[in-house]
Design a protein around this ligand. Structure first.
Ligand code: AMP
Length: 227
């Protein structure tokens, strides 16, 4: 069965780390729209120049552009067995567009990762990316470590300074949190406690996916969870 996963949660909830693990475990690509955009910025492409300021300010890139990026990515052959979407959808119009894109591909699992706000701010303050290719540094990477992809040096993420962090959290509350209401009545919606070790979060995610069973909607009696 295809593994079609959406990671939902505020910046710093651990979506990226868990998306990487989930994708590796199930042999499907992790599709991070933030990584796609950061790579475009680093490479100085037309897309990168178009989104650079928006990203640096902590605002959202326009829905039409994001939907086109994801549509093109989901058309590639490596998503035949599924995907893990990390950072998309972030607005209700993006979620509506995604529903159309995945029609006929099997059920969607939506993993809502919940972490208290003070923990998020502390995590974001320490986060780094590769200064060359834009990839997220793994949380365990040494402070002076190098990127496993391209050997570039890790630097603080430009949108992780405190004012921008606050703005990104505000944008999340205003534009992305409504997706919880959009998805929560679906059988594939699960809330996961993200305020525990990455291994425990991973175990909770695998348990949630197992509850989906071979048929969408078969998720057992104690599936979701919190308001
Ligand atoms: P992320 O790495 O997912 O936190 O994304 C970093 C930044 O990229 C966000 O703050 C937005 O500016 C932009 N971005 C990523 N994904 C989306 C999306 N689905 N819709 C709009 N903007 C996005």
């Amino acid at each position: 069965m295809a593994v079609n996963v959406v990671m939902l949660g505020p910046p710093g909830a651990g979506k990226g780390t868990q998306a990487e693990r989930l994708a590796a475990r199930h042999g499907v690509p992790r599709i991070s729209t933030g990584d796609i955009l950061r790579e475009a910025v680093q490479a100085g492409t037309e897309l990168g120049r178009a989104v650079e300021r928006t990203m640096a300010a902590g605002e959202l890139v326009g829905d039409d552009l994001m939907v086109e990026i994801v549509r093109a990515r989901l058309d590639r052959p490596d998503v035949g067995r599924g995907f893990v979407l990390d950072g998309f959808p972030r607005t209700v119009p993006q979620a509506v567009a995604l529903d159309r894109m995945v029609e006929g591909r099997g059920p969607l699992a939506v993993l809502h990762i919940v972490v208290p706000a003070d923990v998020i701010v502390a995590r974001l303050n320490g986060r780094r990316i590769c200064g060359t290719c834009g990839a997220n540094a793994p949380p365990e990477a040494a402070v002076d470590g190098t990127c496993p992809r391209c050997q570039g040096r890790f630097v603080p993420r430009p949108d992780d300074d405190e004012a921008v962090i606050r703005e990104r959290l505000r944008v999340y509350e205003q534009q992305t949190r409504p997706l919880v209401a959009y998805y929560r009545s679906r059988p594939g919606f699960f809330t996961v406690d993200g305020n525990q070790t990455p291994d425990r979060v991973q175990a909770a995610i695998e348990a949630a996916l197992a509850r989906m069973g071979p048929v969408a909607g078969d998720r057992g009696p104690d599936a979701e969870v919190t308001p």
